[in-house]
Design a binder for this molecule. Structure first.
Ligand SMILES: [Zn+2]
Length: 214
């Protein structure tokens, strides 16, 4: 169980986030009641669902960026991919497990690391949205050269900005537990297209590109 004494006061704390903290402090028994029903985990739950505010903001921001920019961004070396974390992590929820998520399954993979762990971009691309993102908490969404999107959620601190062109391996954030999460972890989601529900398995996606998450 983590403590939250070291939690910095900044970055978009909401009542939902506060609820998450309370749940984490109260421990597993309580968080089980709040977690998706088919989800076996206890003290580190990811409750991300369809969040209209985030999806609308993402669509609007994405449409401001001409399609070619994302694909030809500097450092865009297509084919170069990287791990999102460089320290050991524990998988607390795999991609695709069934549950009460809006999509019917977990849309990303949860990699548990202590709050403040550096998070790196898995691919080059253009940062479409780097801001408070509802269920995803503080999140960074990157349009990648192949047209896929990577969403990094529950971040404690964002270290990039909207419109930035980034390379694979660029440090984009510090991990955390913002948004609908009851413990510190990185939620990494890969979407084939922009909309919620077009997610693909991040483990296979990265494995096909030479990066092993598991
Ligand atoms: Zn998750």
């Amino acid at each position: 169980m983590t403590t939250h004494m070291d939690r910095p006061p900044e970055t978009g704390t909401t009542r939902r986030d506060a609820l998450g903290i309370a749940m984490a402090l109260l421990g597993g028994a309580f968080s089980v009641g709040m977690a998706p029903s088919a989800d076996p985990r206890t003290d580190d739950s990811c409750l991300i669902g369809y969040d209209a505010e985030f999806e609308d903001a993402l669509a609007e921001a994405d449409e401001q960026i001409p399609p070619d920019e994302g694909r030809l961004g500097q450092g865009g070396l297509p084919g170069v991919f990287a791990l999102p974390l460089r320290r050991g992590y524990r998988v607390t929820a795999r991609y695709g497990v069934r549950g009460n998520w809006q999509a019917g399954h977990h849309t990303g993979i949860d990699l548990a690391v202590p709050r403040g762990t550096p998070v790196y971009a898995v691919s080059a691309g253009t940062v479409v949205l780097a801001q408070w993102s509802g269920d995803y908490g503080n999140a960074v969404t990157v349009r990648m050269p192949d047209g896929h999107y990577a969403v990094y959620g529950h971040l404690n601190r964002i270290r990039t900005r909207n419109g930035a062109r980034i390379s694979a391996g660029a440090r984009i954030a510090d991990s955390g537990s913002t948004g609908r999460a009851t413990g510190p972890h990185l939620h990494l989601e890969i979407r084939a297209r922009r909309p919620y529900g077009t997610d693909v398995n991040p483990v296979s996606y990265l494995a096909r590109r030479g990066v092993r998450l598991l």
